[in-house]
Write a protein that binds this ligand. Structure first.
Ligand SMILES: O=C(O)CCC(=O)C(=O)O
Length: 251
């Protein structure tokens, strides 16, 4: 759905919006069953943060990535010409000490300007008991900060990055409580992370990374790579990215 002017104003002030209803109950039940199959094939260890860009080989992920309800919200913020930069499941099994350290998404993505928007779609209910994502409102306006390495064991982030936040900042953190089928949106510079999942319930979310076609990649990303992208809305007049074809799935 298109966002209202009020929602857009809230997003630009706080750097996030949540919760936004997207899927009907039966749709997310079907999507969860697809994820369960993928998880069973890949195993739990890999499913934590090792399921990257599966829109390229799983039609259910590709269908979510170009779902008009999601893209309408995205286009309300970044405009009509939208590239999908990647998709990534974040799955925390409980009880476990694994967590996601405070970070800003775009720090190691090499984008200029660093305008990226993430939709975090809840595959499972995500709440304070199973380690939902947390954000620190307004931090998207304070620039990109130097990240260090986390000294705490259990950080799920790929290069163990961590932004040290003051206790005052941490006290301002907001929980992104979502029911399965709802999403939150966060700005690429917003500081966010998540605590361990002490419960026995899985907490799985699918992140969808979108950028306007006007953005360039001026440095390699943290994996030493240039991104490829897929046009999912509007047109790409700038052609800053190597665009790859939309995946095609048989029935
Ligand atoms: O799912 C989480 O706990 C963190 C997600 C995250 O870090 C991200 O969307 O970049």
């Amino acid at each position: 759905m298109k966002l209202t002017p009020q929602q857009i104003a809230t997003f630009s002030r706080k750097g996030y919006l949540s919760p936004i209803p997207v899927m009907e109950a039966e749709e997310i039940v079907r999507i969860r069953a697809e994820f369960d199959r993928l998880e069973a094939e890949e195993g739990r260890e890999k499913s934590q943060i090792g399921l990257l860009d599966r829109h390229l080989d799983r039609s259910f992920v590709w269908d979510i990535a170009r779902d008009p309800r999601i893209l309408d919200s995205i286009s309300s913020i970044i405009g009509p010409n939208i590239l999908l930069l990647g998709t990534h499941f974040f799955c925390k099994y409980g009880p476990s000490h694994r967590f996601v350290a405070w970070h800003q998404d775009v720090t190691y993505w090499g984008l200029e300007p660093p305008d990226a928007l993430t939709a975090w779609l809840a595959i499972d209910d995500s709440d304070t008991e199973n380690g939902c994502m947390q954000v620190i409102p307004g931090t998207h306006t304070t620039g990109i900060h130097e990240h260090g390495k986390s000294e705490r064991e259990g950080n799920l982030l790929s290069i163990n990055q961590e932004l040290t936040m003051t206790p005052e900042d941490e006290a301002r953190a907001v929980d992104m409580v979502l029911r399965a089928g709802e999403m939150s949106l966060h700005h690429g510079m917003l500081v966010h992370g998540s605590l361990p999942n002490p419960s026995t319930r899985r907490r799985c979310g699918l992140t969808l990374r979108y950028i306007p076609t006007s953005v360039r990649q001026v440095k390699l990303n943290s994996h030493g790579k240039r991104y490829t992208a897929i046009l999912v809305h509007g047109e790409d007049r700038e052609q800053h990215f190597e665009e790859i074809a939309s995946p095609v799935f048989g029935n």
